[in-house]
Write a protein that binds this ligand. Structure first.
Ligand SMILES: Cc1cc2nc3c(=O)[nH]c(=O)nc-3n(C[C@H](O)[C@H](O)[C@H](O)COP(=O)(O)OP(=O)(O)OC[C@H]3O[C@@H](n4cnc5c(N)ncnc54)[C@H](O)[C@@H]3O)c2cc1C
Length: 400
């Protein structure tokens, strides 16, 4: 791998963004024989993907199939997802997991198989985990695979302008001008910027600002469901250092439940994300919430119901963070409130991750359709890998 810091460069494929989707696309394009550059706003490590904790979905349980997985996605999306994309997502999920394993990701195992949890909206146990640092583990191995190849990394190189020319696309990334036959947009969502504008908390990395979507829209790309932003039902509300932290949904998968100020369960804690988040907003509006010491609204997440053995295997990072702030979630309930988390919609893509602009592909959170207007937990990392691979492959195949 080379790191370039000056002069104009020409490549077959230019990937924008170094999260899980961009890295998967870059590795896949390079392995398809293309000369690839990956340009990213900050360092290769700066992205939302590395922050993902809970896990990644794939139908491995004996009572599960990709079709059941697809039905769960369809229902959780309130029948708004693009069924062609959903079918690709769930059918290729087991293969995506095996690809990640070939790259060195070691998913948590038990009883001779994967340790699987049931996440919100799912009818089966389907969530694979690497402790509670799944995104970190996946991006680390993808990054190592990318860095072991011959591709070129352009860091501190935010995309500012993209123009078509006869041979493909010319991009201004940071201080560089890069030419490429095809471009893969993998620059993530916009929830950090959106939360700042609304004066709310967000789980997102500061680089999640959405300007690449704007550039694509200005070029004439079609988008869908851009207004559908997802609240993570369980943002940390207290202690102060945990505000904006996304408490992994696996807390609820392993037994934690939501309680109001009277100690009553007021919703199915493993319902679809939008339903659970709305139930919390409603409960607080009814005056059945609690207040944090700094006056913020909250409800309880009773984490004391999580068996210690499950917590130690699947929630060690979360326990460490809370205990560092003086609270032991296995001894006392914690305070939570929804927090801005994910851009459900995005650029319209087909099964090969092609946008509606010729020669421009999109994958990961910047793309729309796979989750419709409401994503299930664990399907975003999956989407990054499945459609990242497809985008890289297709961008390489169609380079001029
Ligand atoms: C705290 C947290 C926990 C999560 N937990 C889970 C989970 O357990 N399971 C799951 O499936 N999903 C989870 N998600 C969602 C999931 O991690 C993300 O949606 C997904 O990883 C997005 O990947 P991406 O590659 O599309 O974007 P990102 O990982 O956000 O990467 C985008 C990249 O684009 C770069 N970029 C941005 N703008 C520009 C620009 N102008 N020019 C160049 N580069 C640019 C960024 O710097 C970054 O490198 C979680 C998200 C968060 C924030």
């Amino acid at each position: 791998m080379r790191i370039v810091d000056a002069a104009a460069q020409a490549f077959d494929v230019l990937v924008i963004g170094s999260g899980a989707s961009g890295l998967a696309a870059a590795v896949s394009a390079e392995r398809s024989g293309a000369r690839v550059a990956l340009a990213t706003k900050g360092s290769l490590q700066a992205n939302n993907s590395s922050k993902a904790q809970g896990g990644i979905q794939a139908a491995f349980a004996d009572d599960d199939t990709p079709e059941i997985h697809a039905e769960d996605v369809w229902r959780s999306s309130h029948e708004t997802a693009d069924r062609r994309l959903v079918e690709v997502l769930t059918t290729e999920a087991p293969g995506a997991i095996h690809w990640l394993e070939e790259l060195g990701v070691e998913f948590t195992r038990e009883n001779g198989g994967y340790r699987l949890a049931r996440c919100g909206g799912a009818t089966r146990k389907r969530l694979l985990q690497v402790g509670d640092r799944t995104g970190h583990a996946i991006t680390k191995q993808l990054r190592e695979a990318w860095e072991a190849g011959t591709g070129t990394s352009l860091t501190n190189a935010a995309l500012k302008e993209l123009t078509r020319f006869e041979g493909g696309w010319r991009a201004r990334v940071g201080d560089l001008t890069v030419e490429a036959g095809t471009v893969v947009l993998a620059a993530g969502g916009r929830c950090f910027r959106e939360a700042e504008e609304r004066g709310e908390l967000s789980t997102n990395h500061p680089n999640a600002t959405g300007e690449v979507t704007k550039i694509a829209l200005e070029l004439g790309a079609e988008a869908r469901d851009l207004d559908a932003l997802q609240y993570h039902p369980n943002g940390g509300a207290w202690p102060a250092n945990m505000q904006g932290y996304s408490i992994p949904e696996t807390t609820r998968a392993y037994g934690a439940v939501l309680l109001n100020s009277d100690g009553e369960e007021f919703t199915d804690s493993l319902g679809p994300r939008d339903v659970v988040a709305q139930a919390i907003f409603d409960e607080v509006d009814k005056g059945k919430g609690v207040e944090t010491p700094d006056g913020r609204p909250a409800v309880y997440l009773d984490t004391t119901r999580i068996p210690r053995a499950d917590a130690e295997v699947s929630l060690p990072y979360m326990l460490r963070r809370y205990r560092g702030g003086g609270i032991d979630p296995l001894q006392e309930k914690i305070l939570t409130y929804p927090v801005l988390h994910y851009q459900n919609g995005g650029l319209v893509i087909d099964e090969h991750a092609a946008t509606t602009i010729e020669g421009v592909y999109a994958c990961g959170e910047i793309a729309g359709g796979t989750h419709g207007r409401n994503r299930m937990m664990g399907n975003s990392l999956l989407e990054c890998v499945v459609f990242g691979k497809r985008a890289g492959h297709a961008a390489s195949a169609s380079r001029s």
